[in-house]
Design a protein around this ligand. Structure first.
Ligand SMILES: [Fe+2]
Length: 404
């Protein structure tokens, strides 16, 4: 998506004869927005349409939880039980018509291929690593990576060790924010990452194998399984702008300032009516009168979920690695009592967190109900009663969440 790539063999021009041992290869244009958006052109040994068996269709069922009260919430996800594989183990936590946010802690690995036929995906790898095998080639991934998979990409995970993901699925497009790119698409100076930080498929392996290969395709709000008689990774070459890629949260270059920088300075990806941001270890505001943690704010037109990856969140009562806070629209939020004062003199933060702001309200699932701590809405009130002045290390700011 971000720039032109080519792997394997492709012919001199588009749409001309291209043969493998004398056999005409099957050219597939995989493109967005009709024939005007970004596209890649793939050359297959077999027709990608060749289905030997139609299996069942499984509709997606979402179990909504409508809370009795509208309030700030805190979900503790770290101890969620492993289940399913990298696809069936995605457990929806919150969603709207623009984005679905799921936890995934697979207990097994997929024995089939998967393709999201109706949306783009961002898989944040909190724990684990391995290879995402795709029709465009192998995409190695490790903890801290965002794995960006455009719709239409057939893939399967080959994990190494236990895995823990935060998964975003959107019917829209995942994009590099427009303001980071010049009119030609190049990422500009001043953006918090560069093309060298984006890792396209590393190696294309053309697999010439006949058999029975199930391919589960997310489409029409469900999963349709097809069985094909040829290995889906039969591509001998491709080129274009559409392909899966990774970006490590550790390669995000934080933007800091003399006074507090707003959350958009942490933006990493843009989706339709939502953004994904990375909060990384960084120096904090350096004006002598700066208040290094944020002002209170009312997200009048957005909802804000933050997933805490690592760092010390001790002074956010009860917030720990794997916690998710949700600050819904209509309510102000900000530092808990005493923390603005305590933050003065802080020089740096070691937090690592992923945030998703949506411009439309998020619905919650029963899983969210089960993981809700039920107390977070009162945490500003409780802390006013029992703020612990010893809980913050003034020199480093350890114990303060600096974005809130
Ligand atoms: Fe906020």
């Amino acid at each position: 998506m971000p720039f032109y790539q080519r792997l394997g063999d492709v012919p001199r021009k588009r749409h001309i004869q291209f043969r493998d041992n004398g056999t005409l290869l099957v050219e597939e244009v995989m493109g967005l927005e009709g024939f005007t958006g970004n596209e890649s052109i793939l050359y297959h040994l077999q027709s990608p349409c060749r289905v030997m068996k139609l299996d069942g269709f499984e509709p997606i069922e979402r179990e909504e939880w409508v809370p009795d009260q509208h309030a700030h919430r805190h979900f503790k996800t770290f101890d969620v039980e492993p289940e399913g594989d990298e696809i069936t183990g995605r457990r929806l936590l919150m969603w709207n018509s623009d984005v679905e946010i799921s936890l995934c802690r697979p207990s097994g690995t997929m024995e089939y291929f998967f393709r999201n036929g109706e949306g783009d995906e961002v898989i944040f790898v909190h724990e684990g690593g391995g290879v995402l095998e795709t029709i465009f080639g192998d995409v190695p991934y490790k903890d801290g990576d965002y794995v960006v998979v455009p719709r239409g990409t057939t893939y399967r995970f080959r994990p190494q060790g236990p895995q823990r993901y935060l998964v975003f699925e959107t019917p829209g497009l995942i994009e590099i924010p427009r303001r980071y790119r010049n009119q030609y698409g190049q990422i500009m100076e001043g953006a918090p990452y560069y093309h060298r930080d984006i890792h396209p498929p590393a190696e294309l392996r053309t697999i010439r194998e006949q058999g029975e290969f199930p391919v589960k395709v997310r489409v029409r709000d469900g999963y349709q399984t097809y069985v094909v008689d040829y290995h889906p990774f039969d591509v001998v070459g491709w080129d274009g702008y559409l392909f899966p890629w990774t970006f490590s949260i550790h390669d995000f270059e934080p933007i800091t300032g003399r006074i507090h920088q707003p959350p958009p300075s942490h933006q990493t990806f843009a989706g339709p009516n939502f953004v994904i941001c990375s909060f990384c270890p960084r120096k904090l505001d350096f004006d002598p009168l700066a208040v290094p943690i944020p002002y209170h704010h009312s997200n009048l037109q957005s909802e804000e979920m933050i997933y805490y990856v690592s760092g010390n969140f001790g002074s956010r009562r009860g917030v720990e690695v794997g916690s998710i806070t949700l600050h819904p629209s209509g309510l102000p939020h900000g530092p808990q009592p005493g923390l603005a004062e305590r933050s003065i003199g802080m020089h740096e933060t070691n937090e690592l967190a992923v945030m998703c702001d949506t411009f439309h309200p998020l619905k919650l699932t029963r899983l969210a109900r089960d993981l809700d701590d039920g107390k977070y809405a009162y945490s500003w009130y409780e802390n006013a009663q029992a703020a612990d002045p010893e809980s913050v290390d003034d020199a480093t700011g350890a114990g303060l969440t600096s974005h809130l």
